[in-house]
Ligand binder design. Sequence first.
Ligand code: PLP
Length: 440
Amino acid sequence: MSDQALSADEIVALSKKHTMFEWSAQSAVDPIPVSHAKGSYFYTPDGKRYLDFNSQLMSVNAGHGDPRIIKAIQEQAAKLAYANPFMAHEPRARLGKKLAELCPGDIDAFFFTNGGAEANENAIKIARMYTGRSKILARYRSYHGGTAAAMALTGDPRRWAAEPSIPGVVRFPDFHKWARKDPEPVSESLRDVEEVIMFEGAKNIAAILVETVVGTNGILIPPDGYMQGLRAICDKHGILLICDEVMAGFGRTGKWFAVDHWKVTPDILTMAKGLTSSYVPLGAVGLRRRIADHFDKNVFFAGLTYNSHPMGCATALATIGVYEQDGLIERAAKMGESMKRHHQALYEKHPCVGATRSIGLFGMVELVRDRKTFEPMAPYNGTSDEMKAVHAHLKEKGLYTFVRWNGIMTNPPLTVTEEELAEGFAIIDSALSLVDKSVK
Ligand code: PLP
């Protein structure tokens, strides 16, 4: 093969032949070849443009190709591309300090990982070491990552293939049940939690782990009182509250962290994705001071070759700098109001829209066959002809987003403009017209 650039077809064919694609039967994958990206758009080698309405994996929060982040990566690579995690270096030092300023309450010590799953793995390990207890409570409608323990913590079907999984993970009921328009009343959800704690024995439970706002399982936003209630239950029983903000953190919901909406300080806060806008891999586990102090005398059993990577830390600092300089967190809140108006217009126009949910620029449109019964347009963990048609239409029209089960995700970069939002929602509008006839 020559050194000439590969064509789009060659990129797809070679990638399919010699690399394994994520979470798919390999014969079913149909990857979009991507060559470059800027702002809210990415492009194929043969020039097709896609509006990125999912920020890739709800992660490129600062938009594609920001020159300030790229410059920081280049400068760090030239200066110190790697140092092992036993060493202290300037990006590590500065990032720890910066995150301590941004995180809620007394979360002021950070362990830097390669991504979100590894952050959650370490979060539960730390909770077990700190409390001396073993069980972790997690919910069904959740995703916490694709490594062994993170899959065990995950409630959705992505965990099935890895079962039987790690011992000690116990599920508790969701605050928003499948195929329901509205969440459960807060008092009932909290009573469910208390009941599971009673059956499992509070003294055996190290932590409750939740996505503060649930991401891929449907952008589920806890009603006011739920997070505060979880916090109070944890305090009552000496259980740690771990909030997974791998997806919800760094402005996605219109605040630095989703917990800020409810003024709750978790004991452990995990993050990744928006931390670097995914320009390079980095995750983090944030610890409240008393938990960090526990490891003054007790060994902190954690560490991989790439932890606290200088490239990751430098990229995160530059990314946070961009969020601050451009006011992107506030912008997400403001543009989130525009997104709500677009959602509402779709709800009013299309009988197939059963519900829309959003907080900041974290949103989704949920399709149903019947608004009264809320029968989903696709079954749990499945698809349908209608959802396949929606997906194909969006792709053809150049809108990239996740169509998952009966939902269409709407999660553009925080830099998205009014015009881009209008462009994306016009394409979704046209896709929904294909589906309305399936409504009973
Ligand atoms: N937690 C949540 C809420 C996520 O959405 C994800 C990824 O989508 C993860 C954890 C896993 O993160 P990573 O893919 O970086 O390991």
